[in-house]
Design a protein around this ligand. Structure first.
Ligand code: FES
Ligand code: FE2
Length: 438
């Protein structure tokens, strides 16, 4: 089966047709070509500190168990029994010595070896059945970046470091601001009836919606004595970053904490000098706004990080964590938790504004006419520059831009074209060489 998405995506001209958000055929290809070969967030070290600790996550629609081993390493394997395909583990997280499938009782150890099969001697001929061949499918590639564990099914994909590229510099502004990094302290899950890409493109690119979509929320959440964001929104002074591998980030140029919470703002401002020493002035002050590591690992400057799991073309499941600096005092951590609850949890004020937009877009795209004509992604087209203003990689000097989204859909189209990973890497190199010549 082949679907030619190039007819729907013209990233260079910023034109994208709604078909990519609604087609079942395209969705099936995404599971294989995007989620089957991209680096996907699986867990953070702080979620599974002890041997036997596990969390159950998803890679696309595939459930995977991510388990801390006795030697401190991590393994990830399908939560799918090789016997009849039942889910191996019914818990979201916990600590286990082994995993027993609740259908017929096949049992796996925490490394994913099949260790017990009920009535094995009577039922199975040892000539044709060997337990060692029937462990769950292992995720062949794992990477740990500063405590963040990512997995990839594709052994030909570039290394995680290469894939992350210049995005690492921006990612570090969120996760490596303080000695000891960050830890996860809370999680919410919920379902929204819209395509996963509507969420992903937003932190990759869309600061433009905030002034209008979040107008009431920013007034209500205004911190006493601070600007409520309206002035920042009016000026739009900021930057946007776009990566050849589809990652994106955007931020307002600020010099102090933009938190709406007085306790967090005070602590962030107080610690700003030490962050500046660690990350440099430019990165410490600005950079933090919103970002997406392609395809679906997103984070915002208030401590929320999320993954959107695809659930068919018309639905996504959000798993959102609150991450806090390990060194923050307990009362500040508690305020981060409350702040995320208030803004980007299922009942969060910003979250509801965003979800309303996405699900209406999705509903409208059921229409025949709605899908025929392109949507416009041309803000700041042609203004991309490389390595300017102290920002590595390709940026545009305004936060109202579609550069991040164009980059995301360009990479998405590369993957969906069916080219192999080595071919895609070559293609990106030749594009960069062409851009350098201009
Ligand atoms: Fe798991 Fe049968 S499906 S033991
Ligand atoms: Fe938003």
């Amino acid at each position: 089966m082949t679907v030619d998405v190039s007819q729907y995506i013209d990233a260079d001209r910023g034109l994208i047709r709604g078909e990519i958000f609604t087609s079942q055929e395209i969705y099936e290809r995404e599971l294989e070509l995007v989620f089957g070969r991209s680096w996907l967030f699986l867990a953070h070290d702080s979620m599974i500190p002890k041997p036997g600790d596990f969390i159950q996550n998803y890679m696309g629609e595939d459930p995977v168990l991510v388990v801390r081993q006795r030697d401190g390493s991590v393994r990830a394997f399908m939560s799918q029994c090789r016997h009849r395909g039942m889910r191996i583990c019914r818990a979201d997280r916990g600590n286990a010595k082994s995993f027993m499938c609740s259908f017929h009782g096949w049992t796996y150890d925490t490394a994913g070896n099949l260790i017990h099969v009920p009535h094995e001697e009577e039922a199975y001929d040892p000539e044709v059945f060997d337990k060692k061949d029937w462990g769950p499918i292992q995720v062949p590639r794992l990477a740990n970046y500063k405590g963040f564990i990512f997995g990839n099914w594709d052994t030909t994909a570039p290394s995680f470091e290469e894939y992350l590229g210049e995005m690492a510099w921006y990612f570090d502004a969120y996760i490596d601001r303080y000695e000891g990094g960050v830890e996860a302290i809370a999680r919410h899950k919920w379902v929204i009836p819209c395509n996963w890409k509507f969420n992903a493109e937003q932190p990759a690119s869309d600061m433009y919606h905030a002034e209008v979509s979040h107008a009431s929320a920013v007034q209500v959440l205004k911190r006493p004595g601070a600007d409520n964001g309206a002035e920042r929104y009016a000026k739009g002074r900021g930057h946007q970053f776009s990566s050849p591998y589809g990652h994106g980030a955007g931020w307002f140029d600020t010099t102090s904490s933009s938190s709406r919470n007085p306790v967090i703002a005070a602590w962030e401002n107080e610690t700003q000098p030490q962050v500046a020493e660690r990350l440099g002035e430019v990165r410490a002050a600005a950079v933090r706004g919103h970002a997406n590591i392609f395809p679906t690992f997103m984070f915002l400057n208030n401590g929320t990080m999320r993954v959107t799991h695809p659930r068919g073309p018309h639905e996504m499941e959000i798993w959102a964590w609150t991450f806090v600096p390990v060194v923050a005092p307990p009362e500040v951590k508690e305020q981060y938790r409350i702040e995320v609850l208030r803004t980007f949890s299922p009942g969060g004020m910003f979250e509801q504004d965003d979800a309303e937009n996405w699900l209406e877009e999705q509903r409208i795209l059921r229409g025949y006419m709605a899908r025929r004509n392109p949507l416009l992604y041309t803000m700041q087209l042609g203004r991309a520059r490389r390595d300017v203003d102290g920002f590595p990689g390709v940026t545009v000097p305004h936060c109202y831009a579609d550069e991040g989204a164009r980059g995301m859909y360009r990479h998405y189209a590369d993957l969906m074209s069916g080219l192999s990973w080595p071919e895609i890497v070559e293609l990106k190199k030749s594009r960069e060489a062409q851009a350098a010549d201009r």
